[in-house]
Design a protein around this ligand. Structure first.
Ligand code: FER
Length: 355
């Protein structure tokens, strides 16, 4: 019995060895296709491949994607306010605000030298070695450089600018928020000072833009002995609310088209130029095109709907510099003469400007 069991075991043993030898032969045959180095160093694999993939270098932490997904859908044309999510402070991507005091002249008075205060909102990750677009942002008749509510780091509309840049929906740009009165008592916000809003163009061209180009990383090639302000016009914008919208039209578009090319008028005030006047003034700027003219107003705005409409309705037909749907938008929204419309205007304009 034991002998029989021994014989059976020996038989199984022989069979197993035979199978093993056959299997071995097969493996050797297969491994002929593998390069000698690979056979020497590579760990045995069940199915060797003809050209083994090199072992990938271990990588460091994965690089974050450049453009994060937007937290919210952008505002649509029929919306009456910008998406609230955009107004939240983004601690990983927050801009800074610096205050400046620059020398200018009381152009609307006796022309005496004065020093004026303004805010400069720098985009997130502002880098002095780079070049930035600049938006000059103007306030209304009773306001000052704080009226926009964009000079505080946590101000919602300032955070909205950061977030638009964060999501890649706006080009990075610097926002300069000056006081729009060019007179000795420029801090006096009384309506009696409104005469001085009309002379701001001289201050903008002669003093403010050169100060910004001299002290911040703009596209202009600043030189204290004089430089060509027209060269960086594609990187310069002007926008404003109400009286500042009037300044954007009457001063920016109609007096400064050689040095500014993007314009945003939000509820443009009653003294804004009409479409016929704009078209006539634009004739002085041969060879200078308008990159974009955005105009917004609340449909229930009793102060500015008539003037904002008169500034732009029919303008397309009066000048070949404007083509509706290409470089022009007249955006009528539900709303009044208030910040809800102006902030929506700036939010929309930020997505158009410098593109
Ligand atoms: C006017 C009514 C309103 C006017 C200007 C305004 C110059 C400006 C309002 C604002 O800036 O909010 O008659 O005329």
């Amino acid at each position: 019995m034991r002998k029989r069991i021994g014989k059976i075991l020996a038989g199984i043993c022989c069979f197993t060895m035979l199978c093993g030898m056959l299997a071995c032969g097969k493996t050797t045959e297969g491994s002929n296709e593998v390069t000698p180095e690979a056979t020497a160093t590579a760990a045995p694999t069940e199915e060797p491949t003809a050209t083994p993939e090199p072992t990938p270098e271990p990588t460091a932490t994965p690089v974050p994607t450049a453009t994060p997904e937007p937290v919210h859908e952008p505002a649509k044309l029929e919306d009456s306010s910008y998406p609230r999510e955009y107004g939240k402070f983004n601690k990983d991507y927050a801009g800074r605000v610096v205050e400046i005091n620059y020398t200018t002249y009381a152009y609307a008075d006796n022309g005496e030298e004065i020093t004026k205060h303004a805010y400069v909102c720098l985009p997130p990750k502002y880098d002095e070695t780079k070049q930035y677009n600049v938006l000059y942002l103007m306030h209304g008749i009773g306001g000052n450089e704080r009226e926009w509510g964009i000079n505080g780091v946590f101000d919602e509309i300032r955070c909205a600018m950061d977030n638009l840049m964060y999501y890649g929906e706006a080009e990075p740009f610097i926002i300069v928020v000056p006081n729009g009165r060019s007179c000795v008592n420029y801090t006096n916000t009384s309506f009696d000072n409104a005469y001085s809003f009309y002379e701001f163009g001289k201050e903008l061209r002669n003093d403010l833009i050169p100060y910004i180009d001299a002290n911040f990383a703009t596209y202009a090639e600043y030189d204290e002995n004089g430089y060509d302000l027209t060269a960086a016009r594609d990187h310069r914008a002007m926008a404003g609310l109400s009286m500042g919208g009037m300044q954007t039209i009457n001063i920016g578009l109609c007096e400064c088209l050689d040095i500014i090319s993007y314009f945003g008028a939000f509820s443009a005030a009653p003294t804004s130029n009409t479409a016929a006047v704009i078209a006539e003034k634009l004739q002085a700027f041969e060879g200078y095109d308008i990159n974009y003219f955005y105009n917004i107003c609340g449909l229930s705005d009793g102060t500015a709907l008539a003037s904002a409409s008169a500034a732009v309705e029919g303008l397309d037909a009066l000048t070949d510099k404007i083509t509706d749907g290409e470089n022009f938008m007249w955006h009528k929204v539900p709303g009044y003469h208030d910040h809800k419309v102006w902030h929506l205007g700036l939010y929309n304009f930020a997505q158009i400007v410098f593109k």
